[in-house]
Write a protein that binds this ligand. Structure first.
Ligand code: ZN
Length: 264
């Protein structure tokens, strides 16, 4: 009887130890956090086509990207900066990503050209950069312009002047660590846009985009297509094309994650 009691105690101890050991969080259990940022929202419509607002079409695609990630990868946590037509403040968006200590930040937008350029179409993915040449500067101006909607923007954004030498130096120190991975992800997404979604690939570009500048992790800003191109505007409103675009972004993220795991 004594022996049985001793055995019982030993076994209980072993079981309790094993159970508690299993509940200790391991490195493997850590979720890969992806912040999905549908551009604009609420009072900020973004750019527009003849009948489409950027904020609406990017929200639809963003929700689909999140759903693909949640349904098809079990160790990923999706964090949205907005899930409805609410105002999405770039400063808050960056803070959401930083506070969550996210592994990736993916901002989703749609593009536009000035009148007379309706033929321009295709997808682009931006990473943070300080060289703003030609069209990239136009995109930076437009995507950053939401900042001007803020009453206190001068105070809130006073540090952001990508043309200043100090910012260039700070950028090279702070962002260098993320830049290489941001470019890998951006290339993955552009490849998938072309192969998976059959979209025109305008390539990976660099631009001084406020939201990318303020996120402390690999970050990209995706332009799904041009709302000023009538054919592309129609396509961007199609549920099927939205699915393909979302699937392409999902695959780009999935391949990036695989790449990270292969280099561990
Ligand atoms: Zn935008």
């Amino acid at each position: 009887m004594k022996n049985n009691l001793a055995l019982y105690l030993v076994l209980s101890f072993v079981v309790i130890s094993l159970t508690s050991f299993q509940t200790v969080p391991t490195e493997k259990a850590k979720k890969f956090k992806v912040v999905i940022d549908p551009g604009h929202g609420g009072k900020d419509p973004g750019t527009r086509g003849s009948y489409t607002l950027e904020k609406d079409v990017v929200l639809k695609v963003a929700l689909k990207v999140g759903k693909y990630l949640e349904d098809l990868l079990d160790d990923v946590e999706v964090i949205y900066t907005r899930k409805t037509d609410s105002y999405s403040h770039p400063k808050i968006d960056a803070e959401i990503a930083n506070n969550a200590e996210a592994d990736l930040f993916v901002s989703i937008h749609a593009n536009a050209m000035p009148p007379g350029n309706a033929h321009v179409r295709g997808t682009e993915t931006f990473v943070m950069g300080t060289k703003n040449e030609g069209r990239n500067f136009e995109v930076a101006k437009r995507e950053n312009s939401v900042i001007l909607l803020e009453e206190d923007y001068k105070e809130a954004y006073q540090d952001f002047d990508p043309t200043s030498p100090e910012v260039n130096i700070m950028f090279s120190i702070m962002q260098e660590a993320y830049q290489e991975n941001s470019i890998i992800l951006a290339n993955n997404i552009q490849t998938q846009f072309e192969k998976r979604a059959g979209r025109k690939n305008l390539g990976v570009k660099q631009s001084s985009l406020w939201v990318l500048w303020n996120t402390a992790m690999p970050s990209v800003l995706v332009e799904l297509g041009y709302l000023t191109n009538p054919k592309e505007e129609k396509e961007l409103n199609s549920d099927e094309v939205q699915d393909y675009l979302a699937s392409a972004i999902f695959r780009g993220i999935r391949d990036y994650k695989k790449y990270l795991e292969s280099t561990k």
